[in-house]
Each structure stands twice: as C-alpha cells, then as structure tokens.
Design a protein around this ligand. Structure first.
Ligand code: PMP
Length: 290
C-alpha cells in the first residue's frame, strides 16, 4: 500500500513529504499527534481524535489556521485518495517553523500533516496468549510539568526510554507508575484490572493519556453490565486481580497476563478480557465512511 501524505495543503507520496529542519517539533518536540485506525473503509472515532488534538492545540497555544471541520474533511479526503481498506492515519500539528525556543520569534503558522499508512500490530497470537509486562523504573511525567492528556510529541521521549527498558526485559509492554507509586499507563496503552464483574482503571489524575480506546471500552463494558471504576491503583492491585488488559489504538484490547514475571490471575487471557475484545472489534464498524 503506497503511503500518502497531505502536507500543508498538498498531497504527495511519503518519500516527497519533507518539512524544514527548523520546524519546532524537530527542534523542541513542540508538536502534537494523533494515531487513528481505519477499519473497513471507515475512520474509527475520528471526531474524538480531532477533539483531543484541538484541546492540545489550545493548551499549547498554537495559532491553528485550519478549523475542525476542514481538517476532518481533509482526513476523509486523503483516505479516499489513498483508497485504503484498513490502516492507520497519523495526524501531526506542530507550532510552526523557526530557530529559537521563544514562540514569538518564529513563523507561527502550524505545519499540519495527515499521513495514511499501514500499521505494525501485535501478531494475532499475542491476542490468544496475552502480553508479559514489566514495571519500568521511569515514572510518567507529572501533570504539573505537562498535562498527560496532551498528546505532545516531546513527552514521548520518556515513553521511548520506558519501552527500551521493557525490550531489555523481553516484555511486550512497560508499565509506568507516577511519583506517588500509583499505576499510570503503559508506554502506549491504558491499563484495566478485572475482579469478577468489576473493572478498575487508573483515575485520570494518576497521570494518563485519556485514551480513546479506554473511553470506548469503559462505555462498552458499562453497556454490557460490568461496573467500571476510575480509581487509584498500585502494583498490589494487579496481583489481586482476576484479569488485566491493556487498551490502545494499535493494540485495541489485549490481555496482560504477567507483571514482572509473576502471573496475573490464571496467567492466560480472562473471560471478561475476551468478551470486551469481541465487543470492541464489533464496535470498530461504527467509524466514519469515506
Ligand atoms: N497512553 C499512551 C501514552 C499512548 O501513547 C496511547 C496511544 N495513543 C494510549 C495511552 C492509548 O490511547 P488511545 O486509545 O487513544 O490510542
């Protein structure tokens, strides 16, 4: 599948899509991104992703020149042109171009990119077996430094370090705690614990990205009659849970079967996890057609 990029108003193949080395995201990580899935020629949760992006734009004070509806139409148009059945959309917005930290000295017209591409996913057997996870020594960036709800490019340096730690341990994901020792999230996924028909997930104040898959799974779980609580959780809660699973745009819903080489529940994907995995996959048909 050829990768197609819409960059500041023009559509081109990925190889031709270049921006200035003085782009503020290149120099300082001063940009935002969204990763969005395409299922069966439909864009999944497009409005939710755009809303999160525009909240980040407001938080960081970018002088965005493209409105929500225009960007929404652009995303759908690029998907149409890419003629893609299933895949991934990467949406990037940076503050603008210019040397120096001070935003008032740069060209403050954001650089906006929509890339339509394929996505590397966990192999299908990872969904049958589940993921082994390790606790990372690195803590999540506290909300009083950079609000974790803002999907800022720069903050991902710490997630990449944590992912390296997980890789060194041979684990599928790395679990990050906050400064208080509460569970926050994995490097690219939110965390859920299950006890009977009660499901718990870290409270937003634990320092998490409020994942769109997380919100979707909370909604689907409540619809299915489970109780869902957003609360403060510690590693002890993982080992007293019957099941655990992770959620994310790339991962969807995937079981977490061990933490630091110790089994969670039976050490295999649990009944509730499998139920929600199925409900989530069925829900992916609700996207915006293009
Ligand atoms: N936490 C982090 C740090 C992430 O990068 C992601 C992936 N975007 C998630 C959680 C899951 O969020 P979503 O369901 O919106 O993909």
């Amino acid at each position: 599948m050829p990768r197609l990029v819409w960059l500041n108003g023009q559509v081109m193949p990925l190889e031709n899509a270049t921006t200035s080395v003085a782009d503020h995201a290149h120099l300082y990580g001063d940009g935002l991104f969204e990763g969005i899935r395409i299922y069966d020629r439909k864009v999944f949760k497009l409005d939710e992703h755009l809303r999160r992006l525009y909240h980040g734009i407001s938080y960081l004070g970018y002088e965005m020149h493209i409105g929500f509806d225009e960007l929404r139409a652009t995303v759908l148009d690029v998907c149409r042109q890419a003629d893609i059945e299933a895949g991934y959309i990467r949406l990037n917005v940076t503050r603008g171009t210019g040397l120096g930290l001070d935003p008032k000295n740069i060209n403050r017209t954001p650089n906006v990119m929509v890339m339509v591409s394929t996505l590397s996913l966990y192999p299908e057997d990872a969904y049958e077996i589940g993921l082994h996870v390790v606790t990372c020594s690195l803590k999540v960036i506290p909300a009083d430094v950079l609000d974790p709800r803002v999907k800022c490019i720069g903050r991902y340096a710490s997630n990449i370090l944590a992912k390296q730690e997980a890789n060194r341990a041979g684990a599928g994901e790395g679990l990050m705690l906050n400064q208080q020792g509460h569970i926050a999230e994995c490097t690219g996924d939110n965390v859920f614990l299950v006890n009977g028909r009660h499901i718990r997930t870290p409270h937003p104040a634990s320092g998490i990205l409020q994942g769109i898959t997380r919100d979707t799974v909370i909604m689907l779980a409540r619809e299915a009659g489970y109780t869902v609580e957003e609360t403060f959780l510690t590693p002890y809660d993982v080992f007293s849970a019957d099941e655990a699973f992770l959620t994310g745009t790339a991962a969807e819903v995937i079981a977490m079967v061990s933490l630091d080489s110790k089994k969670i529940g039976c050490g295999t994907p649990g009944e509730v996890t499998l139920d929600l995995m199925g409900r989530f996959r069925a829900h992916t048909a609700t996207g915006v057609p293009f």
